[in-house]
Write a protein that binds this ligand. Structure first.
Ligand SMILES: NC(=O)c1ccc[n+]([C@@H]2O[C@H](COP(=O)([O-])OP(=O)(O)OC[C@H]3O[C@@H](n4cnc5c(N)ncnc54)[C@H](O)[C@@H]3O)[C@@H](O)[C@H]2O)c1
Length: 734
């Protein structure tokens, strides 16, 4: 083995020996208008691997020497994709020793693109992300199509790095400092309309005439001055001149903008994600200076991020999401069925939310409830979500009316025979669900699918009396439906593979990330959350203040603390879930009467304005001290147990339950389990998920921690045999 320098030279050499990728095709018309088409053969998307970037470098070099070209249009031939960005596989293998050319070459290529002696126009009809966006930022004009596939932006911070191919420098110069920081630091991507509003593109054009309009613009601009380097200090020129206040905020008062941005980042990330802060630093160091200073600042500030655990964990999450896109949810070649219409049984909290989401994605939806009130509530809840978008100008009034017209409802099954899938979200009672399934079977064709949104009842039991149990499956959404990204697809003992595949695909079409889980109490996410929430109740009863417990777990990285979560879920719902889990595993999940007692007194959580905390409308007003007297304990202040011990008490049982779930085959892999925990509970992505967190702790340490807790608090902490086995064999989850 040679040293890292030799290795990187070897890799470089190997890449040089590769045949050109043939990704670009140049056509020049008589009047000097050239069209450069990006279309990497054999790939679904255009992305920048090192060989592709080298090819572009050579091409741009050649272009700079040609005097027959008067203007250049860049287009993509991939449907729905302009340029997806850098090849993330290369990024995943990057480390501190990676050849600096990985950054310097693209910076150089895009600068040469910006310096071409003729004007350049990007015709963007699809995803234009990361390196793709950095490409168009170095061009003179950007036209976006009105296609829904158009997404423009620099999401690098979401992968734990910063845009260092010129994007951190060029974007704020083009759209202004406040907007630029807003986009960069949150890794926001915009559709054409929002990109236009932000000043990132020059126009939004109907997709079928985008190329023609790009040509028209290029011809109009032939021979006009370039804009790509016309801004102050180099870099793209802004579309309009900065107003007086903007001028001040971007000039002598820029420290105010940087200070505010830092505050926002710290509030959002609690300092857990280094990338946005590094990105902010890069912009700050290059701001107001020649563009080259910006590029150097990008390289300087990205270097410490490369190869960090945060970057690896975020990239891991990205790859897992990419896997889901390719999967069907079942092994082998199983084709999901086509779905055109959806039925929803029960228009309550969940049914209403599911109907809204399905209509939002373009499915006509028929709802059925027993009463008029929930039906009206379903319409109102859907309207509220869409009207919020209308208010933010993310949806037109006509689009709103169109979406509303996709919703219909009634008290009988009319219309349900046309729905290939019916999602059941009636009350959580086995007898009711079984009766509803029987009624439904009487009106639908044999090919229809029944997907239950139950949170606790076994799919096998719901399907017990069905004529066709093979078409009964679980489709477990989380509350609130329009926000929570996970759907557990639960396969019952008789569920047919193509039924699972159809629901898996439908979940994706509804914009969710599905994870297939086996039919067992609590399924996956709620089963793992069970011991965590129960233990939070116990540490509270031992004399720790609720807000201090919540803070400790938020400091760990959870989006909300466990007591807040109990209020959000509903103390009654949590109690019921606890009972189900306890019946299945009484030793590990013993029942605690405290929650039931609170629920019985009408203290149900956020929905009743009173749980552990008090609420006014949507706002939490503060902890309710009377909870302590109701539980018969003195009101505590702060933490009696240390934060580290709290983490051990609450998180190690989750890891333990994860091991039991894997041993029971509830979910296919540790990677899928982590995906489900991140998307179903908000387990901190920078930690890579629950099992990744356990690996970081060390499995032997997890086992010794659980053993110690078992000795102190009882058998609920007894380590899972799988964990003990792994610790003995020195194995990790991932
Ligand atoms: N609320 C949550 O956080 C949550 C999360 C995930 C899953 N779930 C599950 O979703 C399901 C619905 O829960 P929810 O919170 O929306 O309850 P909900 O009480 O708000 O709604 C249930 C609705 O079903 C209706 N209904 C009852 N019997 C019916 C019948 N025979 N035909 C048609 N409609 C009927 C009721 O009138 C009511 O409007 C339950 O199985 C629950 O376990 C709930």
């Amino acid at each position: 083995m040679g040293n890292s320098m030799e290795i990187s030279q070897e890799i470089d050499l190997a890449i040089d020996l590769l045949a050109p990728t043939g990704s670009f095709k140049l056509e020049v018309e008589k009047d000097g208008l050239a069209t450069l088409t990006f279309d990497t053969p054999g790939e679904k998307v255009n992305k920048y691997s090192t060989p592709v970037m080298k090819e572009l470098e050579k091409l741009v070099d050649d272009l700079s020497k040609r005097n027959d070209i008067k203007a250049l249009i860049l287009v993509s031939k991939k449907p729905g994709i302009f340029i997806a960005g850098a090849d993330v596989n290369e990024l995943a293998s990057a480390s501190k020793d990676t050849d600096p050319e990985f950054l310097l070459r693209p910076q150089r290529v895009f600068t040469r693109l910006a310096n071409l002696p003729f004007i350049t126009v990007a015709a963007i009809d699809g995803a234009c992300l990361g390196g793709g966006c950095e490409t168009v930022l170095a061009m003179d004009y950007r036209l976006a199509s009105d296609s829904k596939k158009v997404q423009i932006g620099l999401p690098e911070v979401k992968l734990g790095i910063l845009p260092a191919w010129g994007g951190s420098t060029r974007l704020p110069r083009l759209v202004g400092l406040p907007t630029g920081l807003d986009l960069l630091l949150a890794g926001k991507v915009l559709d054409g309309k929002r990109a236009l509003k932000a000043g990132l593109v020059d126009a939004v054009i109907p997709a079928p005439i985008l190329y023609d309009q790009a040509k028209k613009l290029a011809r109009e601009k032939l021979g006009t001055p370039k804009r790509a380097n016309a801004g102050k200090g180099g870099g793209p020129a802004r579309f309009r001149k900065a107003r007086l206040v903007e001028g001040l905020l971007e000039g002598p008062l820029s420290f105010v903008v940087f200070g505010k941005a830092k505050k926002t980042v710290l509030k959002e990330t609690k300092g857990r994600y280094p990338a946005p802060l590094a990105c902010l630093q890069a912009v700050k160091e290059g701001w107001g200076k020649p563009i080259e200073s910006g590029f150097a600042a990008e390289v300087r500030n990205v270097a410490p991020l490369v190869g960090t655990p945060e970057m690896k964990n975020l990239l891991g999450l990205f790859f897992r999401m990419e896997d889901v896109k390719k999967e069907t949810g079942v092994p082998g070649h199983v084709k999901p069925r086509e779905i055109h219409r959806i039925g929803v049984l029960g228009a309550g909290v969940m049914g209403g939310g599911i109907a809204q989401l399905a209509a939002d994605k373009g499915f006509p939806v028929r709802m059925k409830d027993l009463k008029a009130e929930p039906l009206a509530g379903g319409y109102a809840a859907a309207a509220k979500i869409w009207l919020e978008k209308v208010k933010k100008r993310r949806m037109t009034k006509a689009e709103f009316a169109g979406k509303m017209s996709l919703l219909s409802g009634g008290f009988d099954y009319s219309g349900f025979s046309f729905a290939e899938v019916t999602i059941e979200a009636v009350v959580e009672k086995l007898a009711v669900k079984q009766a509803v399934l029987k009624e439904w079977e009487g009106v639908v064709p044999a090919s229809a699918i029944f997907a239950s949104n139950t949170s606790t009842l076994p799919i096998g039991e719901i399907a017990a009396g069905a004529a066709h149990p093979e078409r009964v499956v679980g489709m477990h959404f989380f509350n609130p439906v329009h926000k929570m990204p996970l759907v557990e697809v639960i396969t019952g003992p008789h569920t047919a593979p193509d039924v699972t595949a159809t629901i898996f695909e439908l979940a994706k079409k509804m914009g969710k990330t599905p994870v297939v889980v086996k039919d067992a109490p609590g399924f996956l996410v709620n089963r793992i959350l069970g011991p965590y929430l129960a233990e939070a109740g116990r540490v509270l009863a031992e004399g720790n203040a609720m807000e201090a417990i919540d803070k400790a777990l938020r400091d760990f990285g959870m989006p909300v603390g466990p007591i807040e979560l109990l209020d959000d879920v509903g103390i009654d719902v949590a109690t019921k879930g606890g009972e189900t889990l306890s019946a299945a595993w009484p030793e590990r999940m013993p029942l605690d009467a405290a929650f039931a007692k609170l629920a019985a007194s009408g203290r149900l959580g956020r929905k009743t304005g009173k749980g552990f905390y008090l609420y006014q409308g949507d706002k939490r007003t503060g902890p309710d001290a009377s909870v302590y007297s109701e539980l018969g304990i003195p009101a505590p202040s702060g933490l009696k147990t240390s934060a580290a011990e709290l983490e051990a008490r609450l998180l190690l049982p989750m890891v333990n339950e994860a091991a039991f779930c894997l041993a029971d085959g509830i979910v296919a892999s540790a990677a899928k389990l982590d995906l489900a925990m991140i998307f179903g509970t908000g387990f901190p992505p920078f930690r890579g998920g629950l099992t990744a967190y356990a690996d970081t702790l060390g499995i032997a340490n997890v086992v010794s921690g659980l053993t110690r807790l078992e000795a102190q608090h009882g058998p609920r902490f007894r380590p899972a045999p799988l964990l003990v086995e792994m610790a003995n064999a020195g194995k990790t989850f991932n």
